[in-house]
Design a protein around this ligand. Structure first.
Ligand code: GTP
Length: 597
Protein backbone atom coordinates (compact mmCIF):
# COMPACT_ATOMS: atom_id res chain seq x y z
CA UNK A 1 0.00 0.00 0.00
CA UNK A 2 1.32 3.42 -0.93
CA UNK A 3 1.54 5.45 2.32
CA UNK A 4 0.08 8.39 0.37
CA UNK A 5 -3.29 6.65 0.58
CA UNK A 6 -3.18 5.83 4.29
CA UNK A 7 -4.48 7.99 7.15
CA UNK A 8 -3.83 7.07 10.77
CA UNK A 9 -5.86 8.93 13.37
CA UNK A 10 -7.31 8.82 16.88
CA UNK A 11 -10.36 10.33 18.48
CA UNK A 12 -9.51 12.20 21.66
CA UNK A 13 -12.26 13.35 23.98
CA UNK A 14 -13.40 13.82 27.52
CA UNK A 15 -15.32 10.86 28.90
CA UNK A 16 -18.96 10.74 27.68
CA UNK A 17 -18.48 13.24 24.88
CA UNK A 18 -19.36 10.49 22.43
CA UNK A 19 -16.13 8.86 21.31
CA UNK A 20 -17.51 5.33 21.07
CA UNK A 21 -20.68 6.51 19.37
CA UNK A 22 -18.72 8.46 16.76
CA UNK A 23 -16.38 5.52 16.15
CA UNK A 24 -19.40 3.29 15.49
CA UNK A 25 -20.91 5.86 13.17
CA UNK A 26 -17.69 6.20 11.18
CA UNK A 27 -17.61 2.43 10.68
CA UNK A 28 -21.15 2.64 9.38
CA UNK A 29 -20.65 5.68 7.12
CA UNK A 30 -17.64 4.04 5.49
CA UNK A 31 -19.57 0.82 4.99
CA UNK A 32 -17.03 -1.07 7.11
CA UNK A 33 -19.93 -2.62 8.97
CA UNK A 34 -23.61 -2.66 8.12
CA UNK A 35 -26.24 -1.62 10.60
CA UNK A 36 -27.13 -5.22 11.24
CA UNK A 37 -23.52 -6.16 11.85
CA UNK A 38 -23.19 -3.12 14.06
CA UNK A 39 -25.79 -4.49 16.41
CA UNK A 40 -24.06 -7.87 16.57
CA UNK A 41 -20.68 -6.24 16.89
CA UNK A 42 -21.97 -4.11 19.69
CA UNK A 43 -23.01 -7.20 21.57
CA UNK A 44 -19.60 -8.78 21.01
CA UNK A 45 -17.88 -5.70 22.28
CA UNK A 46 -20.05 -5.60 25.32
CA UNK A 47 -19.20 -9.18 26.13
CA UNK A 48 -15.56 -8.32 25.71
CA UNK A 49 -15.87 -5.23 27.84
CA UNK A 50 -17.62 -7.17 30.52
CA UNK A 51 -14.75 -9.58 30.40
CA UNK A 52 -12.19 -6.80 30.65
CA UNK A 53 -14.07 -4.58 33.05
CA UNK A 54 -13.94 -1.24 31.30
CA UNK A 55 -12.18 -0.70 28.01
CA UNK A 56 -8.96 0.28 29.61
CA UNK A 57 -6.80 -0.33 26.61
CA UNK A 58 -6.61 0.91 23.08
CA UNK A 59 -7.68 -1.01 20.04
CA UNK A 60 -7.76 -0.21 16.38
CA UNK A 61 -9.89 -0.67 13.31
CA UNK A 62 -9.14 -0.29 9.59
CA UNK A 63 -11.60 1.17 7.09
CA UNK A 64 -11.48 1.40 3.30
CA UNK A 65 -13.08 4.40 1.64
CA UNK A 66 -13.14 5.89 -1.82
CA UNK A 67 -12.50 9.63 -1.91
CA UNK A 68 -12.33 11.58 -5.18
CA UNK A 69 -11.99 8.33 -7.09
CA UNK A 70 -9.12 7.00 -5.03
CA UNK A 71 -9.20 4.24 -2.44
CA UNK A 72 -7.86 5.11 1.01
CA UNK A 73 -7.07 3.03 4.08
CA UNK A 74 -8.13 4.80 7.28
CA UNK A 75 -6.87 3.39 10.56
CA UNK A 76 -8.71 4.55 13.65
CA UNK A 77 -6.56 3.95 16.69
CA UNK A 78 -8.53 4.02 19.90
CA UNK A 79 -7.09 5.63 23.00
CA UNK A 80 -8.13 5.08 26.60
CA UNK A 81 -9.73 8.24 27.95
CA UNK A 82 -8.51 8.12 31.52
CA UNK A 83 -5.50 9.72 33.14
CA UNK A 84 -4.30 6.39 34.60
CA UNK A 85 -3.57 5.19 31.11
CA UNK A 86 -1.76 8.29 29.84
CA UNK A 87 1.25 6.25 28.86
CA UNK A 88 -0.87 4.09 26.59
CA UNK A 89 -2.55 7.17 25.16
CA UNK A 90 0.89 8.52 24.35
CA UNK A 91 1.96 5.33 22.61
CA UNK A 92 -1.25 5.29 20.57
CA UNK A 93 -0.75 8.90 19.52
CA UNK A 94 2.79 8.06 18.38
CA UNK A 95 1.16 5.83 15.78
CA UNK A 96 -1.03 8.60 14.31
CA UNK A 97 -0.52 11.63 12.13
CA UNK A 98 -3.70 13.31 13.27
CA UNK A 99 -6.50 13.34 15.80
CA UNK A 100 -10.15 14.28 15.92
CA UNK A 101 -10.60 16.44 18.99
CA UNK A 102 -14.17 15.58 19.90
CA UNK A 103 -15.97 18.05 22.16
CA UNK A 104 -19.56 17.84 23.35
CA UNK A 105 -21.20 20.96 21.91
CA UNK A 106 -23.22 21.38 25.07
CA UNK A 107 -20.73 20.46 27.81
CA UNK A 108 -17.82 22.21 26.16
CA UNK A 109 -14.11 21.81 26.92
CA UNK A 110 -13.43 19.64 29.99
CA UNK A 111 -10.29 18.67 31.90
CA UNK A 112 -9.57 15.58 29.81
CA UNK A 113 -10.24 17.48 26.58
CA UNK A 114 -7.38 19.78 27.52
CA UNK A 115 -5.05 17.03 28.75
CA UNK A 116 -5.62 14.88 25.66
CA UNK A 117 -5.30 17.81 23.27
CA UNK A 118 -1.98 18.90 24.81
CA UNK A 119 -0.78 15.35 24.50
CA UNK A 120 -1.69 15.33 20.79
CA UNK A 121 -0.04 18.70 20.24
CA UNK A 122 3.15 17.39 21.87
CA UNK A 123 3.10 14.51 19.39
CA UNK A 124 2.88 17.02 16.51
CA UNK A 125 -0.46 15.69 15.37
CA UNK A 126 -2.77 17.54 13.02
CA UNK A 127 -5.81 18.27 15.17
CA UNK A 128 -9.27 18.45 13.64
CA UNK A 129 -11.81 19.89 16.11
CA UNK A 130 -15.22 18.17 15.96
CA UNK A 131 -18.24 19.38 17.88
CA UNK A 132 -20.52 16.49 18.73
CA UNK A 133 -24.16 16.35 19.80
CA UNK A 134 -25.27 19.37 17.76
CA UNK A 135 -28.68 17.68 17.62
CA UNK A 136 -29.21 18.73 21.25
CA UNK A 137 -31.40 21.82 21.52
CA UNK A 138 -29.08 23.30 24.12
CA UNK A 139 -25.95 22.81 22.02
CA UNK A 140 -23.83 25.97 21.95
CA UNK A 141 -21.30 25.27 19.17
CA UNK A 142 -20.10 28.85 18.79
CA UNK A 143 -19.20 29.24 22.44
CA UNK A 144 -17.53 25.85 22.48
CA UNK A 145 -15.45 26.84 19.45
CA UNK A 146 -14.32 29.88 21.41
CA UNK A 147 -13.40 27.67 24.37
CA UNK A 148 -11.26 25.50 22.09
CA UNK A 149 -9.46 28.54 20.70
CA UNK A 150 -9.02 30.12 24.14
CA UNK A 151 -7.67 27.08 25.94
CA UNK A 152 -5.78 25.26 23.28
CA UNK A 153 -4.84 28.01 20.85
CA UNK A 154 -6.23 25.92 18.00
CA UNK A 155 -8.07 27.39 15.04
CA UNK A 156 -11.63 26.18 15.51
CA UNK A 157 -13.18 28.16 12.66
CA UNK A 158 -13.29 25.00 10.55
CA UNK A 159 -14.51 22.76 13.34
CA UNK A 160 -17.05 20.23 12.10
CA UNK A 161 -20.38 20.16 13.87
CA UNK A 162 -21.92 16.68 13.85
CA UNK A 163 -24.18 14.30 15.67
CA UNK A 164 -22.70 10.89 16.25
CA UNK A 165 -26.11 9.79 17.42
CA UNK A 166 -28.13 10.71 14.34
CA UNK A 167 -25.25 10.46 11.86
CA UNK A 168 -25.65 14.10 10.86
CA UNK A 169 -22.49 15.36 9.13
CA UNK A 170 -20.44 12.26 9.97
CA UNK A 171 -19.46 11.93 6.29
CA UNK A 172 -17.84 15.36 6.60
CA UNK A 173 -15.74 13.98 9.44
CA UNK A 174 -14.43 11.20 7.18
CA UNK A 175 -13.71 13.71 4.41
CA UNK A 176 -11.79 15.91 6.85
CA UNK A 177 -9.67 12.96 7.98
CA UNK A 178 -8.56 12.42 4.38
CA UNK A 179 -8.25 16.07 3.39
CA UNK A 180 -6.69 17.51 6.54
CA UNK A 181 -4.62 14.79 8.19
CA UNK A 182 -1.27 14.15 6.49
CA UNK A 183 -0.35 10.68 5.24
CA UNK A 184 2.32 8.69 7.09
CA UNK A 185 5.90 8.80 5.91
CA UNK A 186 7.98 5.65 5.91
CA UNK A 187 10.26 3.62 3.72
CA UNK A 188 9.21 0.15 2.63
CA UNK A 189 12.79 -0.76 1.71
CA UNK A 190 14.27 0.11 5.12
CA UNK A 191 14.69 -2.52 7.88
CA UNK A 192 11.46 -3.35 9.71
CA UNK A 193 10.61 -0.93 12.50
CA UNK A 194 7.17 -1.16 14.12
CA UNK A 195 5.70 0.27 17.34
CA UNK A 196 3.73 -1.93 19.72
CA UNK A 197 0.85 0.25 20.93
CA UNK A 198 -1.52 -2.28 22.39
CA UNK A 199 -1.97 -5.93 23.19
CA UNK A 200 -4.79 -8.09 24.33
CA UNK A 201 -5.09 -11.62 25.49
CA UNK A 202 -7.02 -14.20 23.51
CA UNK A 203 -7.71 -17.47 25.21
CA UNK A 204 -6.96 -19.46 22.06
CA UNK A 205 -4.27 -17.43 20.30
CA UNK A 206 -2.40 -16.01 23.29
CA UNK A 207 -1.19 -12.42 23.01
CA UNK A 208 -2.56 -10.37 20.10
CA UNK A 209 -0.11 -7.55 19.44
CA UNK A 210 -1.15 -4.30 17.76
CA UNK A 211 1.52 -2.47 15.80
CA UNK A 212 2.07 0.50 13.57
CA UNK A 213 4.73 -0.17 10.95
CA UNK A 214 7.05 2.85 10.74
CA UNK A 215 9.48 1.46 8.16
CA UNK A 216 9.93 -1.75 6.21
CA UNK A 217 7.50 -4.61 5.73
CA UNK A 218 6.52 -7.47 8.03
CA UNK A 219 5.20 -10.70 6.52
CA UNK A 220 3.52 -13.81 7.80
CA UNK A 221 6.21 -16.35 8.66
CA UNK A 222 8.89 -13.73 9.40
CA UNK A 223 11.09 -14.09 12.45
CA UNK A 224 10.82 -10.91 14.42
CA UNK A 225 12.55 -9.45 17.45
CA UNK A 226 11.25 -7.21 20.23
CA UNK A 227 14.09 -4.79 20.90
CA UNK A 228 13.26 -3.92 24.55
CA UNK A 229 12.24 -7.38 25.65
CA UNK A 230 15.06 -8.95 23.60
CA UNK A 231 12.83 -11.87 22.60
CA UNK A 232 12.39 -13.44 19.15
CA UNK A 233 9.23 -14.96 17.71
CA UNK A 234 7.72 -16.21 14.48
CA UNK A 235 4.77 -14.29 13.06
CA UNK A 236 2.08 -16.96 12.69
CA UNK A 237 -0.68 -14.57 11.66
CA UNK A 238 -0.79 -10.98 10.58
CA UNK A 239 -3.69 -8.76 9.58
CA UNK A 240 -5.97 -5.85 10.27
CA UNK A 241 -9.16 -5.40 12.26
CA UNK A 242 -12.08 -4.58 9.98
CA UNK A 243 -13.34 -4.77 12.79
CA UNK A 244 -13.11 -8.57 12.82
CA UNK A 245 -9.54 -9.82 12.69
CA UNK A 246 -8.85 -10.25 8.98
CA UNK A 247 -5.60 -11.97 8.04
CA UNK A 248 -3.34 -10.53 5.31
CA UNK A 249 0.08 -11.50 3.96
CA UNK A 250 1.96 -8.44 5.12
CA UNK A 251 1.88 -4.98 6.68
CA UNK A 252 3.99 -2.26 5.13
CA UNK A 253 5.27 1.16 6.19
CA UNK A 254 2.48 3.40 7.46
CA UNK A 255 0.02 0.55 8.08
CA UNK A 256 -1.59 -0.45 11.35
CA UNK A 257 -2.52 -4.02 12.19
CA UNK A 258 -2.14 -6.98 14.49
CA UNK A 259 0.26 -9.90 14.85
CA UNK A 260 -0.08 -13.27 16.51
CA UNK A 261 3.23 -14.85 17.49
CA UNK A 262 2.42 -17.71 19.88
CA UNK A 263 3.17 -15.61 22.94
CA UNK A 264 1.46 -17.13 25.94
CA UNK A 265 1.47 -14.22 28.36
CA UNK A 266 0.92 -10.49 27.99
CA UNK A 267 3.67 -10.07 30.57
CA UNK A 268 6.11 -10.72 27.71
CA UNK A 269 4.70 -7.95 25.53
CA UNK A 270 5.68 -4.38 26.34
CA UNK A 271 3.62 -1.45 25.12
CA UNK A 272 6.01 0.99 23.46
CA UNK A 273 8.45 -1.74 22.39
CA UNK A 274 9.90 -1.78 18.87
CA UNK A 275 9.57 -4.76 16.53
CA UNK A 276 12.29 -5.45 13.98
CA UNK A 277 13.52 -8.48 12.03
CA UNK A 278 15.49 -11.16 13.84
CA UNK A 279 17.58 -11.79 10.73
CA UNK A 280 19.49 -9.30 8.64
CA UNK A 281 19.72 -5.61 9.28
CA UNK A 282 17.90 -4.45 12.38
CA UNK A 283 16.25 -1.08 12.97
CA UNK A 284 16.91 1.33 15.82
CA UNK A 285 14.49 1.17 18.75
CA UNK A 286 11.81 3.85 18.59
CA UNK A 287 12.10 6.45 21.34
CA UNK A 288 9.85 6.77 24.36
CA UNK A 289 9.70 3.28 25.83
CA UNK A 290 8.87 3.33 29.55
CA UNK A 291 8.04 0.79 32.20
CA UNK A 292 4.50 1.32 33.44
CA UNK A 293 4.58 3.32 36.68
CA UNK A 294 2.49 1.98 39.53
CA UNK A 295 1.41 5.01 41.49
CA UNK A 296 -1.14 3.60 43.90
CA UNK A 297 -0.84 0.58 46.17
CA UNK A 298 -3.18 -1.25 48.51
CA UNK A 299 -3.30 -4.51 50.42
CA UNK A 300 -5.80 -7.20 49.42
CA UNK A 301 -6.51 -9.94 51.95
CA UNK A 302 -8.95 -12.83 51.90
CA UNK A 303 -11.44 -12.56 54.77
CA UNK A 304 -11.04 -16.25 55.18
CA UNK A 305 -7.36 -17.22 55.39
CA UNK A 306 -8.22 -20.45 53.54
CA UNK A 307 -8.86 -18.48 50.38
CA UNK A 308 -5.26 -17.29 50.11
CA UNK A 309 -4.26 -19.66 47.28
CA UNK A 310 -7.50 -18.97 45.47
CA UNK A 311 -6.78 -15.25 45.65
CA UNK A 312 -3.27 -15.77 44.31
CA UNK A 313 -4.71 -17.68 41.37
CA UNK A 314 -7.27 -14.99 40.67
CA UNK A 315 -4.61 -12.26 40.77
CA UNK A 316 -2.32 -14.21 38.42
CA UNK A 317 -5.18 -14.64 36.01
CA UNK A 318 -5.90 -10.93 36.03
CA UNK A 319 -2.27 -10.15 35.40
CA UNK A 320 -2.25 -12.25 32.24
CA UNK A 321 -4.70 -9.73 30.77
CA UNK A 322 -3.27 -6.67 32.39
CA UNK A 323 0.48 -6.68 32.95
CA UNK A 324 0.45 -3.11 34.31
CA UNK A 325 -1.07 -4.51 37.50
CA UNK A 326 1.45 -6.04 39.93
CA UNK A 327 1.18 -7.95 43.20
CA UNK A 328 3.38 -9.62 45.77
CA UNK A 329 2.63 -11.61 48.92
CA UNK A 330 2.53 -9.63 52.15
CA UNK A 331 1.77 -10.54 55.74
CA UNK A 332 -0.07 -8.38 58.17
CA UNK A 333 -0.38 -9.04 61.91
CA UNK A 334 -3.94 -7.89 61.65
CA UNK A 335 -5.07 -9.43 58.40
CA UNK A 336 -2.84 -12.46 57.98
CA UNK A 337 -1.58 -13.51 54.54
CA UNK A 338 -2.48 -11.38 51.58
CA UNK A 339 -1.01 -9.36 48.74
CA UNK A 340 0.30 -5.86 48.21
CA UNK A 341 -1.00 -4.74 44.83
CA UNK A 342 0.25 -1.91 42.62
CA UNK A 343 -1.89 0.05 40.14
CA UNK A 344 -1.37 2.80 37.59
CA UNK A 345 -3.88 4.96 39.44
CA UNK A 346 -7.18 5.01 41.27
CA UNK A 347 -9.43 4.05 38.38
CA UNK A 348 -7.13 1.19 37.52
CA UNK A 349 -7.41 0.01 41.13
CA UNK A 350 -11.20 0.14 40.95
CA UNK A 351 -11.25 -1.80 37.69
CA UNK A 352 -9.05 -4.55 39.08
CA UNK A 353 -11.12 -4.82 42.26
CA UNK A 354 -14.35 -5.01 40.31
CA UNK A 355 -13.00 -7.76 38.15
CA UNK A 356 -11.73 -9.71 41.12
CA UNK A 357 -15.13 -9.53 42.73
CA UNK A 358 -16.89 -10.56 39.54
CA UNK A 359 -14.58 -13.33 38.48
CA UNK A 360 -13.35 -14.83 41.71
CA UNK A 361 -15.91 -15.40 44.39
CA UNK A 362 -13.67 -14.37 47.27
CA UNK A 363 -14.59 -12.19 50.21
CA UNK A 364 -11.87 -9.54 50.33
CA UNK A 365 -10.56 -7.05 52.82
CA UNK A 366 -8.91 -4.11 51.14
CA UNK A 367 -6.69 -1.65 52.96
CA UNK A 368 -6.76 2.09 52.22
CA UNK A 369 -4.73 2.96 49.12
CA UNK A 370 -1.42 4.76 49.48
CA UNK A 371 1.21 6.16 47.11
CA UNK A 372 4.88 5.24 46.73
CA UNK A 373 7.27 7.15 49.01
CA UNK A 374 10.99 7.65 48.52
CA UNK A 375 12.85 7.73 51.82
CA UNK A 376 16.49 8.39 52.60
CA UNK A 377 17.67 6.83 55.86
CA UNK A 378 20.19 8.47 58.16
CA UNK A 379 22.88 6.17 56.74
CA UNK A 380 22.32 7.68 53.29
CA UNK A 381 20.50 4.68 51.80
CA UNK A 382 17.40 5.41 49.66
CA UNK A 383 14.42 3.10 49.87
CA UNK A 384 11.10 2.99 48.03
CA UNK A 385 8.15 2.25 50.26
CA UNK A 386 4.79 0.94 49.02
CA UNK A 387 3.18 0.38 52.38
CA UNK A 388 3.00 2.69 55.42
CA UNK A 389 4.14 0.02 57.91
CA UNK A 390 7.46 -0.21 56.08
CA UNK A 391 8.22 3.45 56.80
CA UNK A 392 11.20 3.45 59.22
CA UNK A 393 11.03 5.14 62.63
CA UNK A 394 11.08 8.91 62.26
CA UNK A 395 14.51 9.12 63.95
CA UNK A 396 16.02 7.08 61.13
CA UNK A 397 14.70 9.29 58.32
CA UNK A 398 16.87 11.89 56.64
CA UNK A 399 14.51 12.77 53.81
CA UNK A 400 10.90 11.78 53.11
CA UNK A 401 9.66 12.37 49.53
CA UNK A 402 6.27 11.90 47.92
CA UNK A 403 4.91 12.12 44.35
CA UNK A 404 3.44 15.46 43.33
CA UNK A 405 0.99 15.84 40.45
CA UNK A 406 -0.15 18.81 38.38
CA UNK A 407 -3.94 18.82 38.55
CA UNK A 408 -6.14 20.72 36.07
CA UNK A 409 -9.71 21.45 37.07
CA UNK A 410 -12.35 22.77 34.67
CA UNK A 411 -15.58 24.17 36.13
CA UNK A 412 -18.26 26.84 35.89
CA UNK A 413 -16.84 30.13 37.18
CA UNK A 414 -19.07 30.26 40.26
CA UNK A 415 -17.23 27.31 41.84
CA UNK A 416 -13.72 28.71 41.51
CA UNK A 417 -13.68 29.91 45.12
CA UNK A 418 -14.72 26.51 46.45
CA UNK A 419 -12.05 24.67 44.48
CA UNK A 420 -9.37 27.18 45.47
CA UNK A 421 -10.26 26.59 49.09
CA UNK A 422 -10.18 22.83 48.61
CA UNK A 423 -6.71 23.06 47.03
CA UNK A 424 -5.47 25.39 49.75
CA UNK A 425 -6.71 22.98 52.43
CA UNK A 426 -4.70 20.29 50.69
CA UNK A 427 -1.63 22.53 50.54
CA UNK A 428 -1.74 22.72 46.76
CA UNK A 429 0.54 25.22 45.03
CA UNK A 430 -1.36 27.49 42.65
CA UNK A 431 0.01 27.33 39.09
CA UNK A 432 -2.47 29.28 36.98
CA UNK A 433 -6.05 30.22 36.27
CA UNK A 434 -7.53 30.61 32.80
CA UNK A 435 -10.94 31.68 31.56
CA UNK A 436 -12.09 29.30 28.81
CA UNK A 437 -15.09 31.54 28.29
CA UNK A 438 -16.76 34.17 30.47
CA UNK A 439 -18.45 31.40 32.46
CA UNK A 440 -15.96 28.54 32.49
CA UNK A 441 -12.61 28.43 34.20
CA UNK A 442 -9.59 26.17 34.30
CA UNK A 443 -7.53 26.09 37.49
CA UNK A 444 -4.15 24.40 37.71
CA UNK A 445 -2.47 23.36 40.98
CA UNK A 446 0.48 21.20 42.02
CA UNK A 447 -0.72 18.87 44.76
CA UNK A 448 0.66 15.80 46.54
CA UNK A 449 -0.72 12.69 44.83
CA UNK A 450 -1.63 11.30 48.26
CA UNK A 451 -4.12 14.15 48.68
CA UNK A 452 -5.62 13.46 45.26
CA UNK A 453 -5.91 9.76 46.03
CA UNK A 454 -7.46 10.52 49.41
CA UNK A 455 -10.73 12.09 48.25
CA UNK A 456 -10.08 14.84 45.69
CA UNK A 457 -12.46 13.52 43.06
CA UNK A 458 -15.39 13.19 45.46
CA UNK A 459 -14.71 16.62 46.90
CA UNK A 460 -14.53 18.16 43.42
CA UNK A 461 -17.87 16.63 42.49
CA UNK A 462 -19.59 17.76 45.68
CA UNK A 463 -18.08 21.26 45.56
CA UNK A 464 -19.15 21.83 41.94
CA UNK A 465 -22.49 19.97 42.09
CA UNK A 466 -21.04 17.49 39.60
CA UNK A 467 -20.06 20.09 36.99
CA UNK A 468 -16.32 20.09 37.66
CA UNK A 469 -13.84 17.77 35.98
CA UNK A 470 -10.21 17.05 36.70
CA UNK A 471 -7.13 15.46 35.25
CA UNK A 472 -3.57 15.10 36.52
CA UNK A 473 -0.05 14.23 35.47
CA UNK A 474 2.97 13.29 37.52
CA UNK A 475 5.46 16.11 38.15
CA UNK A 476 7.99 14.17 40.19
CA UNK A 477 8.94 13.55 43.81
CA UNK A 478 9.22 16.34 46.39
CA UNK A 479 10.25 16.44 49.99
CA UNK A 480 7.28 16.63 52.35
CA UNK A 481 6.79 17.12 56.07
CA UNK A 482 5.44 13.60 56.46
CA UNK A 483 4.87 11.29 59.38
CA UNK A 484 3.70 7.72 59.85
CA UNK A 485 0.68 7.49 62.09
CA UNK A 486 -0.22 4.20 63.78
CA UNK A 487 -3.55 3.07 65.15
CA UNK A 488 -3.67 1.00 68.32
CA UNK A 489 -6.62 -1.10 69.39
CA UNK A 490 -6.45 -2.27 73.00
CA UNK A 491 -2.77 -1.33 73.01
CA UNK A 492 -1.90 -3.30 69.89
CA UNK A 493 -0.75 -1.62 66.72
CA UNK A 494 -3.02 -2.58 63.79
CA UNK A 495 -0.50 -2.57 60.97
CA UNK A 496 -3.12 -2.46 58.23
CA UNK A 497 -4.40 0.85 59.62
CA UNK A 498 -1.12 2.77 59.61
CA UNK A 499 -1.05 5.75 57.28
CA UNK A 500 1.41 8.36 56.09
CA UNK A 501 0.18 11.94 56.26
CA UNK A 502 1.36 15.51 56.53
CA UNK A 503 2.53 16.33 60.05
CA UNK A 504 0.16 19.30 60.19
CA UNK A 505 -2.85 17.06 59.40
CA UNK A 506 -1.89 14.29 61.79
CA UNK A 507 -3.94 15.49 64.78
CA UNK A 508 -7.17 15.99 62.90
CA UNK A 509 -6.79 12.83 60.78
CA UNK A 510 -5.94 10.81 63.89
CA UNK A 511 -9.00 12.06 65.74
CA UNK A 512 -11.27 11.43 62.77
CA UNK A 513 -10.03 7.87 62.24
CA UNK A 514 -10.43 6.98 65.89
CA UNK A 515 -13.94 8.40 65.90
CA UNK A 516 -14.86 6.41 62.82
CA UNK A 517 -13.39 3.23 64.30
CA UNK A 518 -15.43 3.77 67.40
CA UNK A 519 -18.56 3.65 65.27
CA UNK A 520 -17.46 0.59 63.31
CA UNK A 521 -16.16 -1.67 66.05
CA UNK A 522 -18.96 -3.36 68.03
CA UNK A 523 -19.00 -3.38 71.80
CA UNK A 524 -17.30 -6.27 73.53
CA UNK A 525 -17.58 -7.81 76.98
CA UNK A 526 -14.63 -5.60 77.98
CA UNK A 527 -13.53 -2.03 77.37
CA UNK A 528 -11.68 -1.36 74.11
CA UNK A 529 -9.22 1.54 73.96
CA UNK A 530 -8.57 3.13 70.55
CA UNK A 531 -5.50 5.30 70.06
CA UNK A 532 -3.69 7.13 67.27
CA UNK A 533 0.06 7.54 67.70
CA UNK A 534 3.08 9.07 66.02
CA UNK A 535 6.04 7.10 67.26
CA UNK A 536 5.36 6.83 70.99
CA UNK A 537 3.31 10.02 71.20
CA UNK A 538 -0.46 9.41 71.48
CA UNK A 539 -2.36 12.08 69.56
CA UNK A 540 -5.94 10.84 69.87
CA UNK A 541 -7.86 8.46 72.09
CA UNK A 542 -11.39 7.04 72.45
CA UNK A 543 -12.85 4.17 74.43
CA UNK A 544 -15.58 1.75 73.51
CA UNK A 545 -17.26 0.85 76.78
CA UNK A 546 -18.01 -2.74 77.71
CA UNK A 547 -21.29 -4.39 76.75
CA UNK A 548 -23.60 -5.02 79.64
CA UNK A 549 -26.06 -7.70 78.49
CA UNK A 550 -26.26 -10.65 76.17
CA UNK A 551 -28.10 -9.59 73.00
CA UNK A 552 -30.27 -12.67 72.95
CA UNK A 553 -31.66 -11.77 76.35
CA UNK A 554 -34.11 -9.54 74.52
CA UNK A 555 -35.87 -12.59 73.13
CA UNK A 556 -37.31 -13.59 76.51
CA UNK A 557 -35.86 -17.05 76.17
CA UNK A 558 -39.08 -18.38 74.61
CA UNK A 559 -38.83 -18.04 70.88
CA UNK A 560 -36.00 -20.29 69.86
CA UNK A 561 -36.33 -19.65 66.10
CA UNK A 562 -35.89 -15.96 66.67
CA UNK A 563 -32.86 -16.65 68.79
CA UNK A 564 -31.43 -18.86 66.11
CA UNK A 565 -31.97 -16.16 63.53
CA UNK A 566 -30.10 -13.70 65.67
CA UNK A 567 -27.23 -16.13 66.14
CA UNK A 568 -27.12 -16.79 62.39
CA UNK A 569 -27.00 -13.08 61.76
CA UNK A 570 -24.18 -12.67 64.21
CA UNK A 571 -22.28 -15.52 62.59
CA UNK A 572 -22.67 -13.86 59.17
CA UNK A 573 -21.36 -10.65 60.66
CA UNK A 574 -18.45 -12.50 62.25
CA UNK A 575 -17.34 -13.78 58.87
CA UNK A 576 -16.73 -10.25 57.79
CA UNK A 577 -14.74 -9.49 60.93
CA UNK A 578 -11.08 -9.83 61.74
CA UNK A 579 -10.25 -10.82 65.27
CA UNK A 580 -7.21 -9.00 66.61
CA UNK A 581 -6.12 -9.59 70.13
CA UNK A 582 -9.58 -10.40 71.44
CA UNK A 583 -11.20 -7.58 69.53
CA UNK A 584 -13.46 -8.23 66.54
CA UNK A 585 -12.86 -5.59 63.89
CA UNK A 586 -15.29 -5.42 60.96
CA UNK A 587 -13.83 -5.15 57.49
CA UNK A 588 -15.35 -1.76 56.96
CA UNK A 589 -13.17 -0.45 59.74
CA UNK A 590 -10.07 -1.02 57.62
CA UNK A 591 -11.31 1.66 55.28
CA UNK A 592 -11.96 4.07 58.15
CA UNK A 593 -8.78 5.91 57.21
CA UNK A 594 -10.35 6.74 53.86
CA UNK A 595 -13.73 8.00 54.91
CA UNK A 596 -12.81 10.66 57.37
CA UNK A 597 -12.99 13.59 54.97
P1 GTP B 1 -16.69 6.55 27.33
O1 GTP B 1 -16.79 5.28 26.54
O2 GTP B 1 -17.32 6.45 28.69
O3 GTP B 1 -15.35 7.18 27.29
O4 GTP B 1 -17.64 7.62 26.63
P2 GTP B 1 -17.60 8.04 25.14
O5 GTP B 1 -16.88 9.32 25.02
O6 GTP B 1 -17.19 6.92 24.28
O7 GTP B 1 -19.12 8.39 24.96
P3 GTP B 1 -20.27 7.49 24.34
O8 GTP B 1 -20.04 7.29 22.88
O9 GTP B 1 -20.46 6.29 25.18
O10 GTP B 1 -21.46 8.52 24.48
C1 GTP B 1 -21.84 9.04 25.73
C2 GTP B 1 -23.31 9.34 25.72
O11 GTP B 1 -23.60 10.42 24.80
C3 GTP B 1 -24.17 8.17 25.26
O12 GTP B 1 -25.32 8.15 26.04
C4 GTP B 1 -24.50 8.51 23.81
O13 GTP B 1 -25.71 7.95 23.40
C5 GTP B 1 -24.58 10.02 23.85
N1 GTP B 1 -24.25 10.63 22.56
C6 GTP B 1 -23.16 10.38 21.80
N2 GTP B 1 -23.18 11.13 20.68
C7 GTP B 1 -24.31 11.88 20.73
C8 GTP B 1 -24.91 12.86 19.86
O14 GTP B 1 -24.39 13.21 18.80
N3 GTP B 1 -26.07 13.40 20.28
C9 GTP B 1 -26.68 13.06 21.43
N4 GTP B 1 -27.82 13.64 21.75
N5 GTP B 1 -26.15 12.15 22.27
C10 GTP B 1 -24.98 11.56 21.93
Amino acid sequence: VDPKFIRNFSIIAHIDHGKSTLADRLLEVTGTVTQREMKEQLLDDMALERQRGITIKANSVSMRVVYEGQQYELNLIDTPGHVDFQYEVSRSLTCCEGALLLVDAFQGVEAQTVANAYNAIEHDLEIVPVLNKIDLVHARPDEVKEEIEQTLGLDASEAIGCSAKTGLNCQAVIDAVIARIPPPTGDNTAPLQAMVFDSLYDEFRGAIIFVRVMNGVVRKGDRIKFLQAGTEHEVVEIGQKTPKRTATDSLSAGQVGYMVCNIKSLGNVHIGDTVTTARGQQAEPLPGYEQPKRMVFCGLYPSDGQDFEQLREALSKLQVNDPSFVFEPETSDALGFGFRCGFLGLLHMEIVQQRLEQEADIDLVQTAPNVTYKIQRKNGEWIEVHTPTRVPEMGDIESFEQPVVRVSFVMPAEYVGGIMKLCADRRGAFVRQEYLSPIRVMLVYDIALAEVVYDMHDKLKSTTKGYGTMDYELRGYEQGDLVRMDILVKGERIDALSIVCDRRDADSRGRAIIKKLRQEIPRHMFEVALQAAIGTRIIARETISAMSKNVTAKCYGGDISRKRKLWEKQKEGKKRMKSIGQVDIPQKAFLAVLETG
